[in-house]
Design a protein around this ligand. Sequence first.
Ligand SMILES: Nc1ncnc2c1ncn2[C@@H]1O[C@H](COP(=O)(O)OP(=O)(O)OP(=O)(O)O)[C@@H](O)[C@H]1O
Ligand SMILES: [Mg+2]
Length: 511
Amino acid sequence: MENTTNVIEMKHIVKDFNGFKANNDINLTLRKGEILALLGENGAGKSTLMSILSGLLMPTSGEIDVRGQEVEIKNPTVAKNLGIGMVHQHFMLMESFTVLENIILGHETTKGPKLDFKNAQQQIEELSQRYNLNIDPKKKVSEITVAQQQRVEILKVLYRGADIMIFDEPTAVLTPQEITEFIQIIKELAKEGKSIILITHKLEEIKRAADRVTVIRAGKSVGTFDVSDVTNNRLAELMVGRHVNMKLDKPSAEVGKTTLKVSDLKVKNKQGILALKGLSFNLRAGEILGVAGIDGNGQDELVRALTGMQHVDSGKISINDEDMTNQKVRKITEKGVSYIPSDRQKYGLILPFSISDNLALQNYYHQPYSSHHVMHYDLIHQHADELIKKFDIRTTGSSLPVSDLSGGNQQKVIIARELDLDSDLIIAFQPTRGLDVGAIEYIHQQLLLERAKGKAILLISYELDEIMQLSDRIIVLHDGDISGEVKPEETSDEELGLLMTGIKKEGNALA
Ligand SMILES: Nc1ncnc2c1ncn2[C@@H]1O[C@H](COP(=O)(O)OP(=O)(O)OP(=O)(O)O)[C@@H](O)[C@H]1O
Ligand SMILES: [Mg+2]
């Protein structure tokens, strides 16, 4: 029998940030044991609403009932005591601490005057086993992968006894394989009676994981639907308020001269192990070269070597026939390389700085934005306003710190800045991570426009869909080398899948 007990009821929630209503009369109910997806475009107010539920923000007005009782969630401790736990969009772990320390931080059990590490460790190991999380509590957070860090966040929430669990875009940082495992984990949790709110922009995941979906748009409720009753197209339309083209129109490529030439590239990873084992490929003007592959097969090292952030052991990188091997980051940028990083908060943005300063990061030091060491702020602001408009960055002004933007809008700031540089080579590493379907459509069109302008685009992505839709050619990275090169119109997800695991297709002259 279907269980329809509501564990959470949020009624008429309003959150006002200095006159801007990020939540403007939102209703949401969560039933016991269900997975409820929360869907809405970038800046719609999802993280804000969930921060209210987890006690990080107080609503301006509205009512929250937890298990039928009206409550006031004044701080995270109140939320914790109500059994509400949240895994945030950007993780909140201390890198230099161990997993164990991170999990018990702020929730220490004591044995007399001492911390009871042993007992904590045992409990954590039990939880890790029970939910198949595969986490070693003694490892340092800096030593584990992003997917594992996320599992630490899940463990943290479980350890604190939450039975209402909120996940803010958990899959944005995961590879397809990890996503499948994650969905299994939350389904298991729901089966055990935990109630789960899942924020994701990927409509496919909502289909796979959720029972119901609540859609919000521009801070307002649009409605709640049974997942089995709505199509992906309908969901996209409900969230953006217009028809979204999920298939791209891609004109044929007009390729020019070679822009990027990589020959016999060897690069070691952070542990000193060879991560690129003699990689060679070319990328021409007017072409999008997709780099497919499972996370950890040399993608990071390739990007870091190309952008000058990591030392190349041997081999050569030339850009427009000029040797750029082991050059400084700024020199490479100035030679005409734009870079959209996959970790926006680590590499792409200076969070406390304003949107306009972040938009000017690559060009504030030269004409026309400054001359003779004097910055021309009116020009910088004016230019920022143009980019905000062009890329539809949802904000109330360019002087706001970037940290106040929603996650997806932070991503748009980087893309706007980097595409605006008018570089010959664009390195796009997971460029649409965390973007809503409308924004993805827009960014994909922008990349195609750059291609039409004769730019060379290197697209490294773990999203096969994105690779298949945009690329003119695809190389597959496996174990630091290319396991195959294919054309999107001549390959299939299955073939790519095999190449990604290192199995080359038969009867084909693949190098
Ligand atoms: N502290 C703040 N001060 C001012 N405005 C804020 C603040 N926090 C969020 N906002 C604004 O509220 C709106 C909603 O942001 P929120 O982070 O809830 O969006 P979201 O739906 O989670 O989007 P995304 O999918 O991009 O993560 C955004 O326009 C954002 O700029
Ligand atoms: Mg968000």
